[in-house]
Design a protein around this ligand. Structure first.
Ligand SMILES: [Fe+2]
Length: 242
């Protein structure tokens, strides 16, 4: 295959079979994600059909969702799993922690991490907290590694701002549908740039509803992007190591 043709060769559905997804809002009725058990089960059936192997469920934990605490989410997760009998997609509970005014209290209660080590975090899309670096440091002092969810989606961080997060010990999780322009022009451009530079560590879908099915159907990657994403999916598997 000549180099020119090869660089435009697109891969449509090959990333999904065997995938471990590290970011989803599949746990129904707890945040702005899936709202009913029926929808969550329908999505799981769709994912199973695609060959997705494992899903981390990562509900939001933030001040605005006061009921979402590690203990209560574990209970919800247990009930949900029991109602998903017959579905072969393996599931585990983690969380997506907003680095807001409640974060230290939530950390004291025990963090829902991926693997006992990595913790998914986010900040408001409007503004990063003034004490962001103190919080990132506190997470590490507690023995965890922060993983910033979808860094490409924050309009106030350019590449050098994002690099500062990396220098402060943060790993990065790509939202795969950013690569298809799902969140607009700037996240699209930033995601392509970060992927090309090799700055991501993990990749997830961040699915919130059945509407995200069209993302799976339409995501198309050039050969070099496909290869870069494959590496991130290997990274995802390391989080399922317990
Ligand atoms: Fe999310």
């Amino acid at each position: 295959m000549c180099a020119l043709f090869s660089s435009f060769f697109s891969q449509k559905k090959d990333i999904w079979p065997g995938m471990t997804d590290v970011h989803s809002h599949l746990l129904p009725g707890v945040d702005d994600g899936f709202s009913s058990l029926e929808d969550s089960r329908e999505m799981l059936a769709f994912l199973q059909e695609l060959g997705v192997k494992r899903m981390f469920l990562t509900p939001h934990i933030m001040a605005d969702l006061a009921k979402n605490r590690a203990v209560t989410l574990k209970e919800h997760f247990g009930t949900f799993r029991e109602s998903c009998e017959g579905i072969s997609v393996d599931m585990r509970l983690a969380a997506e922690y907003m680095l807001d005014e409640c974060f230290y209290e939530r950390m004291e209660e025990g963090l829902l991490s991926y693997d006992g080590e990595h913790v998914l975090v986010e900040v408001s899309c409007l503004q990063a907290p003034g004490d962001l670096f103190e919080k990132l440091y506190a997470i590490q002092l507690n023995g965890f590694i922060p993983v910033m969810a979808h860094p490409e989606r924050y309009p106030f961080w350019d590449i050098s701002g994002l690099m500062k997060l990396k220098e402060h010990g943060c790993k990065f999780q790509l939202n795969l549908f950013s690569l298809a322009g799902f969140y607009g022009t700037l996240p699209h451009k930033t995601s392509l740039s970060l992927l090309k530079k090799g700055y991501y560590d993990f990749a997830g879908t961040d699915i919130h509803s059945l509407n995200y099915r069209r993302g799976y159907d339409t995501l198309s990657l050039k050969k070099d992007q496909y290869e870069a994403v494959e590496k991130l999916l290997h990274g995802n598997e390391t989080l399922w190591k317990q």
